[in-house]
Design a protein around this ligand. Structure first.
Ligand code: AVJ
Length: 296
């Protein structure tokens, strides 16, 4: 964390958004009028559940990457023939609450929660790795947090683990729509972004003053990504045990990249990671894409 903040252009890894408060703010983001991703994906999934269920087959081991409140999987579990459910998330406190509700709704389901930061290293417990008919569920365009090279490597890792893939990805669209989705009128995304400083103060012992940082969301068309930044309103010094840094007025911390894809780009990426037999579904406005692909 200190090393990220000490770079010439300061950064903070997006995984630090998701403490308990940040996870709740993210849930609120998903309800926003401007944030079309979650509801568009839910619609695509629900309208194509029969086809997805048929491709998935029986006795599925559903591995939910970034399960959060498990709400997305909840709907899949009702229709897919899932035997084992493996919610994976970095925020374990949030996960265990969600798992309790799920276990009551699906008493026959075998649930194996896994606390894992797969942005660092992907390692499934051996008992999970050994399950047949694994299906990696990677919704929410979360793959878009990785750089294109990291994304390809991560998909290769999933394929090498022998799992099929059900993934949802956000598509390129006019900048104004993308920027509104990441800079909503209520300021929820701004709060979500600033919360990373609260979490940094907590984990690193720094003394960021949250009120003096502005939320910025811009679509970088050259890189096909929405970038989130925090911008210092005034010059300030931030200290932490063993270090610190000066920020000039207007200087920024780069907190997140959210890559936006094209349909052909997604198919090429899945193929180059070794997946085959790819089926894709979109919404009527082509805002978002859901794909099922086989490990082969
Ligand atoms: C969870 C990474 C997919 O990129 O849309 C939402 C996170 N950041 N608003 C996204 C996010 C700001 C989200 N992902």
């Amino acid at each position: 964390m200190a090393s990220c903040l000490s770079r010439q252009i300061a950064t903070l890894p997006p995984k630090y958004f998701y403490d308990t408060q940040g996870s709740k703010l993210f849930e609120a983001i998903c309800e926003l009028d401007e944030y079309y991703l979650t509801r568009t994906e839910a619609r695509i999934l629900s309208q194509n559940l029969a086809a997805i269920a048929q491709r998935a087959g029986a006795d599925v081991a559903l591995i939910d990457l970034g399960a959060g409140n498990c709400a997305k999987a909840f709907k899949l579990l009702a229709r897919l023939r899932v035997r084992h459910y493996v919610p994976v998330d970095i925020s374990t406190a949030f996960l265990s609450e969600a798992v309790k509700t799920l276990a009551q709704a699906y008493p026959d389901l075998e649930i194996h929660p896994v606390a894992l930061d797969f942005s660092e290293r992907f390692a499934l417990p051996a008992a999970v790795q050994a399950l047949p008919n694994k299906l990696f569920f990677y919704p929410g365009s979360s793959l878009g947090n990785f750089s294109p090279v990291q994304a390809r490597l991560f998909l290769e890792t999933l394929r090498a683990a022998g799992g099929d893939l059900l993934i949802g990805l956000d598509l390129v669209k006019p900048a104004a729509m993308l920027e509104a989705a990441y800079d909503d009128a209520l300021g929820v995304t701004a709060a979500f972004n600033r919360n990373v400083l609260r979490q940094t103060n907590h984990l690193l012992g720094s003394d960021f003053d949250l009120a003096s940082w502005r939320h910025k969301a811009v679509f970088n068309a050259d890189h096909s990504r929405v970038e989130m930044h925090l911008q210092a309103a005034t010059a300030c010094h931030v200290s932490w045990p063993g270090g610190g840094r000066d920020f000039a007025a207007g200087e920024t911390i780069h907190t997140e990249n959210c890559y936006k894809f094209t349909c052909t780009g997604i198919e090429e990426m899945l193929h180059s990671a070794g997946f085959s037999d790819i089926a894709c579904w979109s919404d009527p406005d082509d805002a978002y894409l859901v794909c099922h692909a086989r490990a082969g």
